[in-house]
Design a protein around this ligand. Structure first.
Ligand SMILES: Cc1cc2nc3c(=O)[nH]c(=O)nc-3n(C[C@H](O)[C@H](O)[C@H](O)COP(=O)(O)OP(=O)(O)OC[C@H]3O[C@@H](n4cnc5c(N)ncnc54)[C@H](O)[C@@H]3O)c2cc1C
Ligand code: SF4
Ligand code: SF4
Ligand code: SF4
Length: 384
């Protein structure tokens, strides 16, 4: 039995969580992407899985009501998050008020999974973007149970995971708040693990922090593995094939190249992203160098949650057009690279020789870094 077409299945796992006889297993493809496999011998033909599939039943898409540039006023949150740390501020508020949050982190076997958390301070374990497909691993069922128990739940994930949760639930819950991330696309966890192996890294997530963004400054993409705040290993900008392939769209799940959520209309109550292009078309006086989030407020519920934490955030109203202009994933899915067909068949050495990601020349890199320094100093009024 087929649920969504394989090329459009996002691997959200809603069908597996919904099946009343648990006869759907989420398996990984050769490339390492999740897809559902039905045990036909146990299937009772009820079609609940099809009803729970967001590809077959697209969710309502919401036009944002308000747009903000924002960051956490607490610098320790802001500088340890990918954008401006808004996720942690929202999450801590929910936790302090007896609610539950979700987030994803690597388990001991280096598998990235969604988890629930009800402990104040719990956002730390989920902080930071991991640029691979995160396994939902039964989280929708657990969320439903918590909602039935009367708990407030804040779910944060890619728009297809938010859509999967909504279609799995099949009805609205007043105490569910959803937060979708603007999403470029996801490489598989398998290819990420192979990248770590290439660099002889076998981090143990119990002791190591694996980061995909440079936590020392906003806008830089690096892979780093650190232990007790010390870098054990950190890729540099020119050798980081993983991030280069990610940003250029070589290694996504097939569904990502036709993603129906790469648009301004959203699935969550709130949308979080980087505020790329901030100040380009409309002046911005703030200092965004330590990170800046884009927040799209899509529902009344989202607006109420944001109101509740407004004193913990720097917030400035901006326009939807400015957000759209700066962020390609609010306009279109990333283009599928012709080399995508062979990308997953190559090893990292062949990838490094065969794929030119448009690497900047050393001179261009130097000019780019000088420009960044000069702009940073001018912004701080420190003329050189
Ligand atoms: C795969 C992916 C692609 C993205 N692409 C873009 C983009 O093209 N443009 C853009 O502006 N922003 C993009 N983002 C969003 C951006 O990187 C930040 O996650 C977002 O701005 C929130 O940042 P923050 O500082 O508020 O919180 P952070 O602490 O940085 O965000 C943490 C939250 O993200 C969740 N998360 C982390 N990795 C994943 C994952 N793989 N799957 C599901 N949830 C995850 C965590 O569980 C947590 O809830 C992407 C995020 C991901 C995960
Ligand atoms: S039709 Fe029903 S029993 Fe069969 S896989 Fe789908 S949900 Fe499960
Ligand atoms: S519910 Fe999700 S995992 Fe299942 S077929 Fe649809 S998109 Fe794929
Ligand atoms: S690009 Fe679209 S389909 Fe792919 S992970 Fe992101 S939201 Fe899901």
């Amino acid at each position: 039995m087929k649920i969504a077409d394989r090329n459009h299945c996002t691997g959200c796992g809603a069908c597996a969580d919904a099946c009343p006889v648990s006869c759907i297993a989420m398996k990984t493809s050769e490339e390492g992407f999740l897809f559902p496999v039905v045990d036909e011998s146990r299937c009772i033909g009820c079609d609940v899985c099809k009803k729970a599939c967001h590809v077959l039943n697209p969710p309502e898409k919401l036009l944002p009501e308000t747009v903000f540039a924002a960051w956490a006023r607490d610098d320790s949150i802001r500088t340890s998050s990918s954008s401006g740390g808004v996720y942690s501020v929202l999450g801590e508020y929910v936790l302090e008020n007896g609610g539950i949050i979700t987030g994803c982190r690597f388990d001991r076997d280096m598998v990235l999974k969604h988890e629930l958390c009800d402990q104040p301070g719990g956002t730390v374990r989920f902080r930071g973007s991991k640029y691979v497909q995160c396994f939902t691993d039964g989280v929708y069922r657990k969320i439903k149970q918590e909602l039935i128990n009367g708990k407030t739940v804040l779910f944060t994930g890619t728009p297809c995971q938010v859509a999967g949760l909504l279609s799995f639930l099949g009805r609205t819950y007043e105490k569910l708040i959803t937060c979708d991330l603007v999403c470029h696309g996801v490489p598989s966890q398998k290819i990420f693990r192979s990248y770590l192996e290439r660099h002889h890294l076998s981090p143990n997530p119990d002791h190591s922090v694996i980061a995909f963004r440079d936590l020392k400054g906003w806008g830089n993409f690096y892979i780093s593995v650190s232990e007790q705040d010390n870098f054990r290993w950190r890729s540099d900008d020119t050798t980081n094939e993983f991030i280069r392939a990610f940003l250029s769209g070589y290694d996504y799940n097939e569904a990502c190249y036709e993603c129906p959520y790469a648009r301004v209309e959203r699935t969550g109550d709130l949308t979080l992203a980087d505020f790329w292009g901030l100040g380009k078309s409309i002046p911005f006086d703030g200092d965004s160098s330590k990170g800046c989030s884009l927040i799209l407020v899509n529902t009344e519920k989202g607006s109420k949650l944001l109101q509740a934490v407004h004193d913990k955030l720097f917030l400035e109203k901006r326009t939807l057009e400015e957000a759209r202009q700066g962020n390609g994933q609010l306009r279109n899915p990333v283009l599928r690279q012709p080399m995508r067909d062979v990308f997953y068949q190559m090893d990292w050495d062949s990838i490094a020789c065969k794929i030119n990601y448009g690497k900047p020349s050393p001179l261009r890199s130097l000019l780019r870094s000088c420009k960044k320094t000069v702009m940073g100093r001018l912004r701080h009024g420190n003329r050189i």
